[in-house]
Design a protein around this ligand. Structure first.
Ligand SMILES: *Cc1c(COP(=O)(O)O)cnc(C)c1O
Length: 370
């Protein structure tokens, strides 16, 4: 009996997205092996943090890198790093922060649900952009002596009306203000690991370890400027400072490194071609059923260059709507998770284990055929 069965918890086939509430992602064998090996002995955690960071910086073509306990923790540490810099006395005085720059500027369209991680650092979030389109002058005007950083949330789905990153960087740097990029879900393409920093000049960039990288769930990657990464490290665990509650174990550090190396060795085109095949097969099968219309969507809802399958239902023919279909998929055993609204469900292939796509097809055919 599996551990989940013994607990009376159903397994989930995840065609929704890499969501924390569904367990994020599944780690490759090589990652699991490295974590098991790391778990086998004690180590100086400071030394390991620095060594893993150096290797991660190397393989991702960055000046420096740091393993956090997730991208949200990365936002927390990056914000704090921009507020304290490498001022050990200021870090020691935290949470007293009256003498620190505290403002973090965010464009209105980048108001994501993860911003509390920035507020948790003690930052004051200043939202700019009252018009449908942001003007460079609005950003320039918002930058003052109290500004610690500009936060930019990457992703094609959030770019509508926003100032593009290269412009944000140019304006912020002219005033000496660092730019943090939240790129938590912006992989693939793998080049994003260095594009925002090396190519575009962002100061700190945050990625989730537990999304497309398929590293440990409670891991995140911060890359960027060496002095700011050092400030992240000074504020973070195992130091008994503000970042201490978001500690990273030796297993997660080593696991994330292995995941990044695995990711960079993987052939992205082959992987995405496999996703296209799955989506094409879903479309062919589902369009043969009455009252369903399946189409390919690209890019996906997180702005990633990967296809999804959207299935619209005609309730008059099928007898129920898409929300009900999603409910029935979720109610089975194993559960099947899909995205949905009233009109359609959407399924993504990138989170599936081999064979899952056929199990999903079989369940859908059973539920939808007259
Ligand atoms: C998923 C996500 C996060 C949080 O990532 P964790 O690694 O789960 O902490 C932050 N920002 C964005 C844009 C995300 O998509």
């Amino acid at each position: 009996m599996s551990i989940y069965e013994s607990l009376g918890v159903r397994r989930v086939i995840n065609a929704d997205a890499r969501l924390t509430r569904l367990g994020g992602s599944l780690m490759p064998e090589s990652v699991l092996d490295s974590m098991r090996e790391a778990a086998g002995s004690y180590v100086d955690l400071h030394e390991l943090h620095i060594a893993v960071g150096r290797r991660l910086a190397d393989v991702t073509h960055n000046e420096a890198a740091y393993v956090s306990s997730g991208a949200a923790a990365g936002l927390f540490l990056a914000s704090l790093a921009c507020m304290t810099g490498n001022d050990q006395a200021a870090i020691d005085r935290l949470p007293a922060r009256s003498e620190l720059k505290r403002r973090v500027i965010v464009q209105r369209m980048h108001r994501i649900p993860y911003l509390p991680a920035v507020a948790l650092a003690g930052a004051e979030i200043i939202e700019i952009g009252s018009e449908p389109e942001l003007h460079p002058g609005e950003l320039d005007m918002a930058l003052d002596d109290e500004t610690a950083a500009v936060l930019y949330v990457a992703g094609e789905h959030l770019s509508q009306g926003a100032l593009p990153l290269h412009e944000v960087i140019e304006i912020a740097h002219a005033r000496g203000v660092p730019v943090i990029v939240d790129a938590a879900a912006q992989l693939p393409p793998a080049q994003n690991l260095w594009r925002f920093t090396r190519d575009l000049g962002a100061d700190l960039v945050v990625f989730s370890g537990g999304k497309d990288l398929r590293g440990p769930q409670s891991s995140g990657l911060i890359v960027g400027r060496a002095d700011l990464i050092e400030a992240c490290r000074m504020n973070g665990a195992p130091n008994p400072r503000m970042g201490r509650p978001m500690k990273v174990g030796k297993e997660e550090m080593v696991g994330l490194l292995t995941a990044v190396e695995h990711y960079l060795a993987d052939d992205e085109d082959t992987r995405i071609a496999r996703f296209e095949t799955i989506v094409r097969d879903w479309i062919a099968t589902l369009n043969a059923l009455p009252g369903t219309q399946a189409t390919r969507e690209f890019p996906n809802e997180a702005g990633q260059p990967m296809p999804r399958c959207r299935v619209e239902l005609d309730p008059a023919v099928v007898g129920f709507d898409a929300s009900e279909l999603a409910r029935r998929l979720w109610g089975g055993n194993p559960r099947i998770a899909v995205k949905h609204d009233e009109r359609a469900i959407s399924m993504t292939p990138d989170t599936l284990e081999p064979g899952d796509e056929r199990e999903i097809t079989a369940r859908l055919v059973a539920l939808l055929q007259p």
